[in-house]
Design a protein around this ligand. Sequence first.
Ligand code: C5P
Length: 224
Amino acid sequence: MPKIIVAIDGYSSCGKSTTAKLVAKQLNYPYIDTGAMYRAVTLYFIQNHVSLTNPKETETALDNIHITFRRQSEAGRNDTYLNGTNVEDEIRKMYVSEKVSDVSALAEVRHALVAQQQRMGRTKGIVMDGRDIGTVVFPQAELKIFMNADPLIRAQRRQLELLEKGEVIGLEEISENLKMRDYIDTHRTESPLRQATDAIYLDNSLLTLDEQVEMVVRMADEQI
Ligand code: C5P
């Protein structure tokens, strides 16, 4: 059976990762959360006080960063590792969210991560989500989805996600962070977030998770 690339892009916390993970499971494809890669780089930069205004320093830091994903025996978990350490929980914290869009706007960071992502999808049969998958990483992807949801619903979903991890954050602070990240992500010079001309727009504000997964799997099946 031919394998395809499913590229899912969209705004922060609109349910891309949750959907992508389940779609990948149904298609029996690996799933790559590229946001986790940008978060892992950000965590490294914070921990090592890497300057964002010194490209040489940034490049040296990037040479020392090795990001991998490892499936956990615990159902459905595919954790992010930074230089051999499991950072899955740490990278989701608010202090990383506050810095990640500034780090992601750096050309050197994008070049390094896009190259790694392209290597991961070399043989196709992959579901990848992020901001530039359908436009930059895999412009030739067979299926491109651009996801969005109502801003309040997105903030509520994010709040719940953080709460489940024990971080209690007010809705206003979360909304501000989403707004700030959306702004930086859509206005940066290097591969800004935008809908690819051949992407299918999917607003999931009023859809259940099962409904949206089913829709995407059906669209993928049509391409296989
Ligand atoms: O998907 P998530 O919200 O975890 O992504 C965190 C941040 O990483 C985004 O706000 C964006 O700044 C950056 N990102 C990116 N390109 C991607 C994936 C994520 O710039 N492909």
